[in-house]
Write a protein that binds this ligand. Structure first.
Ligand code: DQA
Length: 144
């Protein structure tokens, strides 16, 4: 299964950015562990701080990949353009957040992208990505 993990703005600073909220590890440090945990997946990773680049990437992979795990960062709460891109593509998308957005400021309670995702996982720090990948594991054809 070919899966792309997409991280949006400021997530390149994971490990250094507000560690009390987002943890002390970078995504690059975590990714090999994630790949080892899902050896049957081809796990690709893309990060951008730019809305248009995130949309271009969704267009590029969203008609062929088996799934996308998306942490859109603050664009989650603001980007109708990202929501429209998700509505346009075919690949199933799982929305993830490191922090529990429901327990934070009210502006973070609203996700514009959520209605165009399969579901959302929030609050488990980097483990949110692993939990999202289990959804795709469930979609994999099983041997009988
Ligand atoms: C975030 C939550 C967003 O509200 C915030 O803007 C982020 C990170 C998270 O992973 O917890 O940049 O998506």
């Amino acid at each position: 299964m070919q899966i792309l993990i997409i991280n949006g703005p400021n997530l390149n600073l994971l490990g250094r950015r507000e560690p009390g909220i987002y943890g002390t590890r970078s995504f690059e440090e975590y990714l090999p562990e994630l790949r080892a945990a899902f050896p049957d997946f081809t796990l690709e990773y893309f990060q951008s701080n730019h809305e248009g680049e995130l949309i271009d990437k969704l267009h590029e992979v969203g008609f062929t990949y088996h799934g996308i795990v998306l942490n859109a960062g603050a664009y989650t709460h603001t980007s109708l353009a990202l929501a429209d891109a998700l509505a346009a593509i075919n690949s199933p998308v799982v929305e993830v957040h490191l922090s529990n957005v429901a327990a934070r400021e009210e502006i973070r309670h609203k996700s514009l992208i959520g209605k165009n995702c399969i579901g959302s996982i929030s609050g488990f720090k980097l483990d949110s990505y692993r939990l999202a990948l289990h959804y795709f594991e469930g979609l994999r054809p099983k041997r009988v």
